[in-house]
Ligand binder design. Structure first.
Ligand code: ZN
Length: 560
């Protein structure tokens, strides 16, 4: 029996899958709604006899290791580590080498380093480092909870890893060292960064003489993906699930401070705003999210960016704004009641208006209009009509404006944007799109009416032959075989999808926008020919120029 088989044999799949899905007994098996795809009738089957959890619709899942890998989006070796621990099976470090698995080695090295740094900070000779943390208001219990340590011996850790059988190259490649025996984090307080399952995947080292920005992070590696890591998530996830909410703060100090204040559903993000990867992870646990990033310029920008990533994610979102404090750590140290501030958290709309009110005078009409312009840019991304309705009501209330006016304003804005988008259309040639519109909506006569040039003039435009052929086929009533009908059908499907929710009026406007583009190309060409071939000092030139000006006006292009 291989070690993975041994581990799987000791794991009860019903119990494991039961942590993620609600299952019902169906004969000898259990059934549940699939956790990997969205469905209304259960096609996810859990078989205790076969020790399998598998979806017959999307074909995800499998034995305990495969199931956990897919559920937690983790590597094989990660899943193996977690289940080995649960099964009480000891994994030897050389196990991965036999399999040629790189990540298994790295996990082990980071675990050895975490333990080593922990031992170091508890040594008598490093007592001042421990006291330093205690004096910064971090309790002994918190130090243990987050596994904080100290790197006080640059060579010993290297030797210890070599003794465990790792090669010098592998140890250096781990990102913990800068060279043989030279610990990258030497002389620093160590904050281990753990992944979802609680395994260390990176470190932050902080120097103690000046605390604030003097920190050093592990490089990105096979096991460390900066934009997916939530600091403290392994410690917070059960509380997040229980309290059905999560608080997002900035990285380590704020996370540590809130956990110490018994607010355990707190996790930290770093370097960037909340990413889509973070959001996917969070959504598996709760639908309610509080953002509490720093209140400096960078923090507010990160809040804006995070809110943008949270559009259409079907979450209840709040922004906590702390009075007179830069961040949660400072707020709590100054005796603030964080739970009380959570109750006063702002909705995204209230947050936006609060921020823009710093720039615009909210009591004046010009200020209200300016803020509404900003809000429209945000609202145009929201797809759900119920959400839009709630936001508009809130805006109307705060800015004291009629919701009817806001609705029709927003509708105009969205429609205008849809038409704008046509101008940027690049997936198909605009001429091909025009052909699609003509066939789909019967816009042949409209085309002939609005196109200001002859079909021969048009032939200098890429793919114009599509339009020319469509028109001649319509004239003659027979297919001359010059058009790729498969491609045209695909274009029609694209247009149908694109226009599914639009009124005929808007669709016509989009079509006219496309014709306007062709007119413009033909005009430019006409202009070029004229200016190149006639003596600019002649009377004829003046006459032709005047004609061009008239035409420019008619088709709406600029010409002086
Ligand atoms: Zn499925």
């Amino acid at each position: 029996m291989s070690i993975s088989q041994e581990i799987e044999s000791k794991i009860n799949i019903v119990e494991l899958a039961g942590r993620y899905v609600q299952m019902k007994k169906a004969g000898v098996n259990y059934k549940a709604l699939c956790p990997f795809h969205s469905e209304k009738t259960a096609s996810f089957v859990i078989s205790p006899v076969k020790n399998l959890a598998y979806c017959f619709s999307c074909h995800h899942g499998g034995g305990p290791i495969r199931f956990l890998m897919e559920m937690e989006k983790i590597e094989f070796s990660e899943a193996l580590h977690i289940l080995a621990k649960e099964a009480g099976v000891e994994l030897k470090t050389d196990y991965y080498k036999e399999r040629g698995e790189k990540t298994g080695d790295i996990y082990d090295m980071y675990r050895i380093a975490t333990d080593f740094y922990r031992e170091e900070i508890l040594r008598d000779e490093n007592k001042e480092k421990l006291n330093y943390l205690l004096n910064r208001g971090i309790s002994r219990e918190t130090i243990d909870r987050f596994g904080l340590g100290y790197s006080g011996n640059p060579r010993e850790l290297f030797t210890r890893m070599k003794d465990k059988g790792f090669t010098e190259q592998a140890i250096i490649d781990s990102g913990i060292f800068v060279g043989p025996g030279r610990d990258k984090f030497y002389g620093r307080i160590i904050f281990p960064i753990a992944n979802f399952a609680g395994h260390t995947v990176a470190f932050t080292g902080r120097i103690t003489d000046k605390w604030e920005p003097k920190y050093l992070n592990s490089p990105v590696s096979d096991i460390f993906n900066k934009s997916a890591i939530l600091y403290g998530f392994h410690l917070a996830k059960s509380t997040i699930a229980k309290e059905q909410s999560v608080i997002i703060v900035e990285w380590q100090m704020d996370t540590v401070a809130l956990h110490q204040a018994n607010i355990y559903n707190t996790v930290g993000i770093s370097w960037t705003a909340l990413t889509k990867e973070h959001i996917t992870l969070i959504k598996r646990f709760t639908k309610k999210l509080y953002l509490c990033l720093d209140w400096d310029k960078a923090g507010v920008e990160a809040t804006f960016k995070s809110l943008e990533n949270l559009y259409n994610e079907d979450l209840d979102i709040y922004v906590i704004s702390l009075p007179d404090a830069k961040d949660p750590d400072e707020f709590i140290k100054s005796g603030g009641d964080f739970q009380e501030e959570m109750k006063k958290a702002l909705t995204p709309i209230a947050f936006y208006i609060k921020e823009w009110a710093k720039k615009y005078d909210i009591t004046q009409m010009t200020g209200k209009k300016a803020i509404w312009e900003e809000l429209k840019k945000m609202l145009k991304h929201i797809k759900n009509p119920i959400e839009i309705d709630a936001y508009i009501r809130e805006i109307g209330k705060i800015l004291n404006l009629s919701t009817d006016v806001l609705y029709s304003e927003l509708k105009n804005f969205r429609e205008k944007r849809i038409i704008e988008d046509v101008k940027k259309q690049t997936s198909f040639e605009r001429t091909e799109l025009l052909g699609g519109y003509m066939r789909l909506y019967g816009y042949f006569d409209l085309f002939l009416e609005k196109f200001q040039y002859t079909l021969e003039d048009g032939m200098s435009i890429p793919s114009f032959f599509v339009i020319k052929n469509l028109l001649s086929e319509r004239e003659s009533g027979k297919n001359n075989g010059a058009i790729d009908l498969d491609r045209l059908s695909a274009i029609e499907l694209f247009i149908e999808e694109d226009n599914a929710s639009l009124s005929q009026e808007i669709i016509t406007q989009k079509f006219l926008e496309l014709i306007g583009y062709l007119n413009k190309i033909c005009f430019e060409q006409e202009k070029k020919i004229l200016l190149e071939n006639i003596d600019p000092n002649s009377t004829e030139y003046m006459i032709e120029r005047h004609k061009l000006q008239e035409k420019a006006k008619k088709i709406g292009v600029k010409f002086n």
